[in-house]
Ligand binder design. Structure first.
Ligand code: AHR
Length: 649
């Protein structure tokens, strides 16, 4: 038997270790967390984002070849890899025989200047079947539930020729009208808003929404919106209840928002700005996501802060530091423009926490929330490195601290950059955000990753981590590797204070990233095993880590990491580690009793369930055993070297 002594407290584990990170990627918000059911509700999906042009069917986000921030001022020739969409994606005409209808995008007399596009339908002839529809497919289907209420609103205007009623319907996947409402008359040359409630008579997870056309003439539509009445906390313009509940159930200490690459924008002109994401929905111009589609920004700054408050999490707002995504254009603002960004950020903080007597605090109150929101952190940009970013960071840090000394400021520069401090580097930061996408087994072979980090006058936030290579679209192995990674963070509680898995969401109809935490389509959702790993690790988070000393005969235990690498190997380990006893302050607190059979140990790769819910894992080539979780004492990692008796490595 082997004895493990765990008497001395090494460090404490941060109570804020587990947060969440939301980004508009893989339709995480649009067709995801944001409960809107109409896709392309404002007909803006084909709008060319600011600062971009179309060339050969592709978006060019830097037509003037402005300098790239990472190329020492040299011209940037990066291109957006996404083709331009069709004029009216997710909408179509579904007509009976002989009907003649034309649907185009119009920019004349827009509903608002923020959203210049609308749909113009010229109805020359109806089919007479009563089945001439202008249809929206929703986000790859609309989840109609029998007996539940859905709130529809839209704007319309007509020319003089158009006379008569307009019927709005929900169509089942078989084309049957399962909910409808008729507006007796909608004619009028100015935009007018109409609303009604639709209650489906049948459940259909793949239904669609449609306007039934009942008159010839011209009719325009804009801002067509359909929401389930039941949203998370039943907030209007709210969040999809099942998805928001997944997040709430993780009990995150904080929410990082809104990105990610999303924050960077395809160029500086189209980068997100919080001021565009508050106020009346129709006035929000939306943001073109670097992931190739528009965000309506309906889940905007106010809604995000409200969500943080609703789930009792602190807010971590990331702002664009005046530089765009290096893979899309890499353009950046001039030194002279930095003050404008600083002002925008100070205004964002004032909106969240300023007194109601302040300009932006007053607007927050007018928008229904006089009390301050729980904004605690501000992050300067996303994944930017190097001297140019450092210089800007220093300016932001100084300005924010001068006005809001209690706000913690996060640099998006990794810890490596922080340690390479030079004259041009970051002078001081509260927290360094390091991103960590790892391959299968990485965390087993690099269990001491954070042990080797230089400590300094900063904390570490692993703003994005996930096992996303060699694990398909996420599997048990990924979850175990994630667990091992979390243990590494826990073990270094003096340094690593915060973390968030990424990406959080995937609409399974449109995946932009290989491995994501929570998946869904219109009518169903599930969380991957890594979700439950994080939940478990958060609920059973250690308070303290202990220094561990080991005793074993024959002595094959080494504390040093074995750098054996990955390879095929057979090991005879069955006798050594079948009995592990953990002694804490003289008391035996744990005795292992593996349920695996001896011959399973012939492979060094595998995992075993221990008694009391603990789990042991050896990684291929890592030659070590980890106890991943145990109810009877605080989590820690136990590293052992196996005795090699045969095979190669
Ligand atoms: O999480 C997906 C992307 O990974 C994020 O947008 C970016 O920050 C990182 O590169």
């Amino acid at each position: 038997a082997m004895k493990v002594y765990t008497d001395k407290v090494k460090n404490t584990v941060s109570p804020n270790l587990h947060g969440i990170f939301f980004e508009e990627i893989s339709h995480g918000g649009e067709g995801g967390l944001y409960a809107e059911l109409i896709q392309n509700r404002g007909f803006e999906e084909s709008r060319i984002p600011p600062g971009s042009v179309v060339e050969n069917g592709m978006l060019n986000a830097n037509p003037d070849k402005k300098p790239h921030y990472n190329l020492n001022g040299r011209a940037s020739d990066w291109r957006m890899p996404w083709p331009v969409k069709t004029a009216m994606p997710y909408w179509k005409l579904s007509l009976g025989d002989n009907a003649k209808v034309n649907a185009t995008i119009s920019t004349e007399k827009p509903l608002t200047t923020a959203t210049p596009q609308s749909a113009l339908l010229t109805v020359e002839q109806l089919s007479g079947t009563g089945k001439d529809y202008f249809v929206n497919e929703g986000f790859w289907g609309i989840n109609a539930k029998k007996g539940e209420s859905y709130t529809l609103s839209f704007y319309t205007k007509t020319n003089e020729a158009y006379k008569g009623p307009l019927t709005v319907v929900l169509l089942s996947s078989a084309g049957k009208e399962i909910a409808s409402h008729t507006f007796k008359s909608v004619d009028g040359k100015d935009w007018k808003k109409y609303t009604c409630t639709l209650i489906p008579s049948e459940t259909d997870g793949k239904s669609s929404f449609a306007f039934r056309l009942e008159s010839t003439g011209e009719i325009s539509f804009d801002f067509v919106s359909l929401f389930p009445k039941k949203t998370f906390k039943n907030r209007p313009n709210g969040l999809r209840a099942d998805l928001a509940q997944y997040l709430a159930d993780l009990k995150p200490a904080f929410v990082r928002w809104p990105g990610g690459c999303f924050v960077e924008g395809v160029n500086v002109e189209s980068a997100p700005n919080w001021k565009n994401s508050i106020g009346p929905l129709e006035n929000r111009p939306g943001t073109f996501s670097v992931w190739g589609y528009w965000s309506s920004d309906g889940f905007g700054y106010h809604e995000y802060l409200q969500f943080c408050e609703d789930i009792k999490a602190d807010a971590l707002y990331v702002f664009n530091a005046g530089v765009s995504c290096e893979f899309r254009s890499g353009t950046f603002i001039s030194d002279g423009e930095v003050q404008t960004v600083i002002n925008d950020v100070l205004d964002a903080i004032e909106y969240a926490v300023g007194p109601v007597t302040s300009k932006w605090g007053k607007l927050r109150a007018q928008n229904g929330h006089p009390k301050p929101f729980p904004l605690k952190y501000i992050e300067v940009g996303n994944e930017q490195h190097g001297p140019w970013y450092a210089k800007r960071y220093n300016q932001f840090h100084e300005a924010i601290k001068a006005k809001y000394p209690d706000i913690k400021i996060v640099s998006s520069m990794g810890i490596g950059d922080i340690n390479r401090r030079t004259l041009d580097s970051i002078k001081v930061t509260d927290i360094a955000d390091e991103h960590a996408y790892k391959s299968a087994f990485w965390s087993f072979t690099n269990y001491d990753h954070f042990d080797n980090y230089k400590r300094g006058d900063y904390e570490v936030y692993v703003g994005e981590y996930a096992t996303n290579a060699g694990v398909g679209n996420g599997n048990m192995q990924a979850a175990l590797n994630d667990a091992a990674y979390i243990l590494g963070m826990e073990n270094n509680g003096d340094l690593v204070k915060m973390s968030s898995y990424a990406p959080l969401f995937e609409n399974v109809n449109t995946r932009h990233w290989p491995v994501n935490l929570i998946k869904y389509k219109a009518d169903s959702s599930f969380a991957r095993i890594s979700y439950y790993t994080i939940q478990l690790m958060n609920e059973q988070r250690s308070d303290e880590n202990y220094t561990v000393s080991l005793q074993q005969k024959p002595s094959t235990v080494k504390k040093a990491r074995n750098k054996g690498g990955i390879g095929l190997a057979t090991w005879d380990t069955q006798t050594e580690y079948r009995n592990i006893e953990v002694i804490q302050n003289g008391q035996t607190v744990y005795k292992s009793d593996f349920v695996n059979k001896a011959d399973e140990w012939q492979s060094v790769r595998g995992s075993w369930q221990l008694k009391d819910g603990a789990m042991a894992q050896t990684a291929q080539g890592a030659q070590r055993l980890m106890i991943l979780k145990d109810k009877s004492f605080d989590t820690y990692t136990l590293q052992l070297e196996a005795r090699k008796t045969s095979g190669t490595n």
